[in-house]
Design a protein around this ligand. Structure first.
Ligand code: PHB
Length: 397
């Protein structure tokens, strides 16, 4: 009624209708990109790496939540899969997410062997893959591809930095110990490369099968060899057990123990006294003074009633990277080339400190030397500034 008697209102109504119609038309045009984005979250939720998987997922979801639940205008649907850190099931698991669940993006995983299988599936199906932990050198080496990105590290990175640190402490003879699989072997190789270039010698390379936590035979061998230092790669529940066993064997005060920082990240409450004073290298640390890190830690602690660790940071940054790509194409993943370009050029404002992607899609980042103090891996210094993985064998096509 009111419109009949008031022409200016009629006009307003007409333009409102027009706006609605063109809005609807626009929404229709955008329909494919406005549908929720499906993220296949393939992580370990059981076994020795389960806490790492949980922290990665928490970190990822925290960033999405901070963006109001949307990345590039798209809400996110999660399809979760427990990969059990089992490489023998990895191809089938990743294929299922891509072919049965039709995920738009694969997010995963922790274990290097599983991640290599995921990278092959991602390559074969041209699915976008973001690796939020697994350091397998191959993923940003021979397996590198335009659709594969990593927001964590290569196994080489923290290990190489530690090789230099241990040499600078005057150690000449070192024994290494790790689980026998890609991550541990590559970590030892990276350590050895830097340590021996600086004049040291790795005199014995000991291994135990993954995920065994029986270390007595190796601890006896270390005690007998009396090296100047020991370098190890362990993580998660296995790292807790190893650090305690090393101290219980009476070795902690006799032979300095060094490791890639996974040895003491997310593990300190369980390790207690046995971890105090240990030096490790990693791309994250406690005691960074940036407002970015402090804000992240506060939000994470409030949301999950837990302290964040390196895994939470890597998950958070995976969401940041995906967000950078999606914002650039306004959520339209069919514009894959533009999306990849934006991800390649992104400067990620990480709690660890800002980082950029290498040509092989691996973070170029500072590696910190940290020392355990109470429940913290306190930053001591930057052991390697802006360290880029050498990306051996990567031919980006
Ligand atoms: C790996 O398998 O690449 C891996 C697993 C756990 C870590 C770090 C690396 O904490």
């Amino acid at each position: 009624m009111i419109f009949d008697s008031a022409p200016k209102f009629r006009l307003a109504f007409a333009s409102l209708v027009l706006a609605c119609v063109s809005g609807a038309a626009q929404a229709q045009a955008q329909a494919p990109s406005a549908a929720p984005l499906k993220v296949g979250v393939m992580l370990p939720f059981t076994g020795t790496y389960a806490p790492l998987g949980v922290a990665i997922e928490n970190g990822f979801k925290l960033y999405v939540q901070q963006q109001g639940g949307r990345l590039g205008g798209r809400t996110i649907d999660y399809v979760r899969l427990d990969d059990e850190s089992d490489p023998s099931k990895a191809s089938e698991n990743a294929s299922r997410l891509v072919k049965r669940d039709h995920v738009d993006v694969l997010l995963g995983t922790v274990h290097s062997g599983v991640a290599m299988a995921m990278a092959k599936v991602a390559k074969d199906t041209n699915t976008l893959l973001i690796v939020p932990n697994a350091g397998a050198d191959n993923v940003t080496g021979p397996l590198c591809a335009p659709n594969i990105f990593r927001t964590s590290f290569s196994n080489w990175q923290p290990a190489y930095a530690m090789g230099k640190v241990v040499a600078s402490k005057g150690a000449k003879r070192v024994v290494t110990l790790t689980w026998k699989y890609a991550a541990g072997e590559e970590s030892v190789r990276g350590f050895k490369e830097a340590f021996e270039a600086a004049g040291g010698k790795v005199v014995d390379e000991l291994t135990v099968p993954f995920p065994n936590v029986e270390f007595q035979a190796q601890l006896t061998q270390i005690a007998a060899a009396k090296p100047d230092a020991v370098y190890v790669f362990f993580a998660g529940a296995g790292a807790v057990k190893f650090v305690k066993d090393y101290a219980a064997a009476g070795l902690k005060d006799k032979i300095p123990l060094y490791g890639a920082g996974f040895l003491t990240d997310g593990t300190l409450e369980a390790q207690g006294d046995a971890a105090q004073g240990l030096l490790t290298t990693l791309h994250y640390a406690d005691g960074l003074t940036s407002a970015r890190d402090q804000g992240f830690r506060l939000d994470y602690a409030k949301t999950y009633k837990l302290q964040p660790d390196v895994y939470a940071v890597q998950g958070y940054d995976a969401a940041q990277l995906l967000g950078a790509g999606l914002v650039a194409v306004k959520g339209d993943m069919t514009q894959r080339d533009a999306m990849v370009r934006a991800m390649e050029q992104a400067k990620i404002d990480s709690p660890r400190g800002p980082f950029v992607m290498s040509k092989a899609h691996n973070p170029v980042q500072d590696i910190y030397l940290r020392q355990v103090n109470g429940h913290e891996n306190r930053v001591v210094l930057v052991a390697a500034k802006g360290l880029a993985d050498p990306a051996r064998g990567c031919r980006m096509n």
